[in-house]
Design a protein around this ligand. Structure first.
Ligand SMILES: *Cc1c(COP(=O)(O)O)cnc(C)c1O
Length: 391
């Protein structure tokens, strides 16, 4: 097919027309089970009535004014986010990369406020933080950086889930101002760190007076069985970035700050034309309200356990399946062999999945996935994995 769109994505040959919950239908009325949610975006499922209604009501009144004026729906969303996260205040952006840009700017401002002229941020191997120049520089993946040098300076990279490596850098480098880390690495292979990893980072950040900055763009908004993944650890970071599921498909990102990080930006320091506009904020408020007034976040824990127990049972005699790991509905099935072709095979079988790092099947089903859909997911994918590994 000839296309006038830059070929930045290797797209699958399917066009979806409509959705409902975890179902999607293509142009030919073929039905698919969505176990990816647009990469952790549609956590409430497709065509969620509360989000639909919020968008319709807001668009009938006002889509956009400007951050030059007060925006009631932005204030209302901020109040809700602060209440649910325990953070102090928020800057709204349109995407995850932009939320991380705000975080990186906060870290640099924090450093300069302490008299550090060339502030450094510790980032992780295999991390993913976005595609803008600063965020791709923070990202721990050479493929994403290649061809776009010179990279933005000021990042020091250490292995993920390695507290000793962070300690070494902090001890040797007085210009470190922040640590930027994902609670679970998504693009990096659904890498789940030690359960006290974030607690240890929190303690080190306090000891060295550096900002703890969590990229919760993929892990946030109920995905892991808590509203935000750091709530499993009962800590509060200094900065936390959100996007993806915050608007359930309406583009919106957020950079939340706490305590000393909350007072760094003053008028003129940062901005965005669209960021936090009435439409996006109304949609996001509907998302948070729906999560708050339902047990969907608790269901993420239960459903994640059900799905992984079932996979474990079906696949436990398969020596090519190295590991089935998850927190809530963020699920990784690691094989000992490349399995990217499973994405196309699953599509042909009416199932949407993702493979990251060549060998890790990544599942991010919507929180609303039901029992029958769970059975279909486990049965279809287990069969495909068995065929792939025992041809
Ligand atoms: C998706 C993602 C981003 C980038 O978000 P965009 O909205 O695509 O800019 C950043 N960090 C993490 C952890 C992500 O999963």
């Amino acid at each position: 097919m000839s296309s006038h769109i830059m070929p930045t994505y290797a797209r699958l040959a399917v066009t979806f027309e409509r959705g409902e919950g975890a179902w999607l239908w293509d142009e030919n009325q073929q039905r698919y089970l969505d176990a990816l949610s647009g990469i952790a975006v549609c956590n409430l499922g497709h065509a969620h009535p509360a989000v639909h209604e919020a968008i319709c009501q807001q668009s009938a009144k006002l889509l956009h004014t400007s951050n030059l004026y007060q925006i009631a729906s932005q204030e209302k969303l901020a109040d809700k986010l602060i209440q649910m996260s325990g953070m102090t205040n928020v800057f709204f952006s349109n995407s995850g990369a932009e939320a991380n840009e705000a975080a990186i700017k906060l870290a640099r401002k924090f450093g300069h406020s302490k008299g550090i002229e060339i502030p450094k941020i510790i980032v992780m191997d295999k991390s993913f933080h976005g595609r803008t120049l600063a965020t791709l520089s923070a990202t721990g993946n050479a493929k994403i950086q290649q061809g776009f040098e010179p990279l933005v300076e000021g990042f020091i990279r250490v292995p993920y889930n390695d507290i000793a490596a962070i300690k070494t850098v902090l001890a040797e480098n007085s210009s470190v101002v922040a640590i930027l880390v994902e609670p679970i690495q998504g693009e990096g292979g659904v890498n789940i760190p030690a359960s006290d990893y974030l607690n240890q980072i929190r303690a080190l950040c306090d000891e060295y007076d550096v900002l703890m900055m969590l990229d919760e763009i993929q892990t946030g908004i109920g995905r892991t069985g808590k509203f935000l993944a750091f709530q499993h650890n009962e800590i509060i970071p200094d900065v936390c970035t959100l996007a993806k599921a915050l608007g359930n498909g309406v583009p919106i990102g957020a950079c939340l700050a706490h305590g000393k990080a909350a007072d760094l930006f003053v008028a003129g320091n940062h901005g965005s034309t669209f960021g936090g506009n009435p439409l996006a904020c109304s949609a996001a408020f509907a998302v948070l309200n729906t999560l708050k007034n339902s047990d969907l976040i608790a269901q993420a824990t239960e459903k994640g356990n059900t799905i992984c127990d079932a996979f474990q049972e079906k696949l436990n005699s398969n020596a090519h399946v190295l590991n089935i790991r998850h927190l809530g509905l963020m699920i990784g099935i690691e094989l000992d062999t490349p399995c990217t072709e499973l994405v196309g095979k699953a599509l042909s079988a009416g199932l949407l999945i993702n493979v990251t790092q060549d060998k890790v099947i990544r599942l991010l089903p919507p929180l609303v996935i039901d029992t029958n859909q769970i059975t279909q997911l486990v049965d279809t994918l287990s069969t495909l994995i068995q065929e792939h590994t025992n041809p």
